[in-house]
Design a protein around this ligand. Structure first.
Ligand code: CMC
Length: 419
């Protein structure tokens, strides 16, 4: 499948009329190809924050933000959330089709057998202060994998990275609480193994809870890809220079860390805790978010692309109720979140700006109920997003027309002057 040429768009500039190719994607999205605009007119385009710029064509993920649609390789997120597990979704995103039974078992087997990290890497964890944010450790460890696997063996490195990020994430948590690292177990699947490495202690047998495994699979699937978001564009940008897989993904992890992106899930819980401490007066916080003299924002609200609702948030809202009741957890933050959502959704300010809860709004409440600490939330997002980053990096590498990312600018500084 490829982008098709459906005619021309015209730009009138001074006394010239320039024709630019008009392209259409498979879901009917149209775009003007401006790549030759500068050569013909001397003009560049200016698009603050790339809000209206397609940086590539891609076959991986489709979003219709006005309708609240999200498809991975054509499959609706709602169906994958209900029927697939995370490992299947990883395969789908990276290799482009749902795996056959043999392909899936071979893939699971490879993930299992690459989950150990080199023993020397354990020393790196020891160098960090216990207060270190696990995202700092995660990005550094992923970049460091390139020192252990410097060869450009694309597919094996993809498997290594998927398998080892689970272990690295769990080790970074164990480090932060001063407990011994728990090694991966070959009899557990991806999500179960992660929970085991996070929660088991050497002195006791660890019993997996199916509710937790199911919830984790769901959370990881919902985060698995989201087309050209900030961290994915970062992965592509770094990868476009020829940087290796590990270096490219490490940079994506850093981009994800920010509170306007993946870091929002941690900020949502901190915001809900703050509201609870402040007497649960959520209306006051809605008012603060609307006040232009106050830089407070409702974390977990708003999205660059979704202007109707975020389908992932819908699924998670339902799942939060189910998971908390199955686990017998009664979290007052869930009530605050629900109230906050209701007030905001009926408020003129939020309605006008089409601000809806996003994926980060309810995910933290589920992670909390699962016993995952707040500073690990963004790490959980990274675990989920990894197959998307890998699929996007691989797609770019395999595209013979891919070029180094190198945007232009409009310079507004001092004109030339003498020293
Ligand atoms: N609370 C209050 N006002 C908001 C919020 C919010 N959460 N989000 C946007 N606005 C207002 C903003 O002040 C602006 O108002 P005005 O037009 O009067 O200046 C308008 O809505 C448009 O906002 P924007 O910042 O221009 O929108 P953007 O597309 O650049 O930013 C966003 C999108 C997600 C960064 C932003 O909505 C935000 O900061 N949300 C809170 C952080 C958050 O939840 N991030 C997670 C995003 S979803 C997970 C992921 O993919 O990373």
């Amino acid at each position: 499948m490829s982008i098709s040429d459906i005619g021309k768009a015209k730009i009138v500039y001074e006394d010239q009329e320039v024709e630019l190719p008009l392209m259409e994607g498979t879901m009917g999205e149209k775009a003007i190809d401006i790549s030759k605009l500068r050569a013909t007119t001397g003009l560049v385009t200016l698009d603050n924050g790339y809000g209206n710029t397609g940086s590539c064509s891609s076959e991986i993920t489709f979003i219709d933000g006005d309708k609240g649609v999200l498809l991975y390789r054509g499959y609706p997120i709602e169906q994958l959330a209900e029927k697939a597990d995370f490992v299947e979704v990883c395969y789908l995103l990276i290799y482009g089709h749902l795996p056959s039974a043999d392909e899936l078992s071979g893939f699971r087997d490879k993930l299992t057998h690459h989950s150990l990290i080199h023993e020397d890497m354990k020393k790196f964890f020891e160098g960090y202060p216990p207060s270190a944010h696990p995202m700092a450790i995660l990005s550094a460890m992923v970049a460091s994998l390139s020192a252990y696997y410097p060869e450009e063996d694309g597919d094996t490195n993809i498997i290594r990275l998927l398998a080892k990020l689970n272990t690295i994430a769990a080790f970074s948590y164990k480090k932060s609480i001063g407990q011994p690292y728990i090694y991966p177990r070959n009899d557990l699947d991806y999500a179960g193994d992660f929970l085991h490495m996070m929660h088991a202690v050497p002195a006791e047998p660890y019993e997996l809870d199916d509710t937790l495994v199911e919830a984790l699979n769901l959370l990881l699937i919902l985060h698995a890809d989201h087309e050209q978001n900030c961290s994915t564009s970062t992965v592509r940008m770094v990868g476009s220079s020829g940087a290796n897989l590990f270096a490219s993904i490490a940079s994506g992890i850093c981009a994800l860390w920010g509170p306007l992106h993946g870091g929002a899930n941690q900020k949502v819980i901190q915001m809900l805790e703050r509201i609870e401490k402040d007497g649960s007066d959520y209306k006051k916080y809605v008012a603060m978010a609307k006040d232009k003299d106050n830089d407070f924002r409702l974390m977990g609200f708003g999205h660059r692309v979704y202007k109707n609702f975020d389908p992932r948030a819908r699924i998670l809202k339902k799942s939060a109720d189910a998971v908390l009741s199955k686990l017998g957890v009664n979290d007052p933050l869930l009530d605050i979140a629900r109230n906050l959502e209701e007030v905001a959704l009926n408020d003129e300010y939020f309605v006008q700006r089409k601000l809806y809860p996003n994926v980060d709004f309810y995910s933290g409440i589920i992670y909390r109920a699962m016993g995952i600490p707040t500073n690990m939330f963004t790490v959980m997002f990274a675990l989920g997003r990894l197959p998307g980053w890998i699929a996007q990096w691989k797609e770019m590498k395999e595209n013979p027309k891919a070029r180094i990312y190198r945007p232009r600018q409009v310079y507004t500084g001092a004109t030339q002057r003498d020293y």
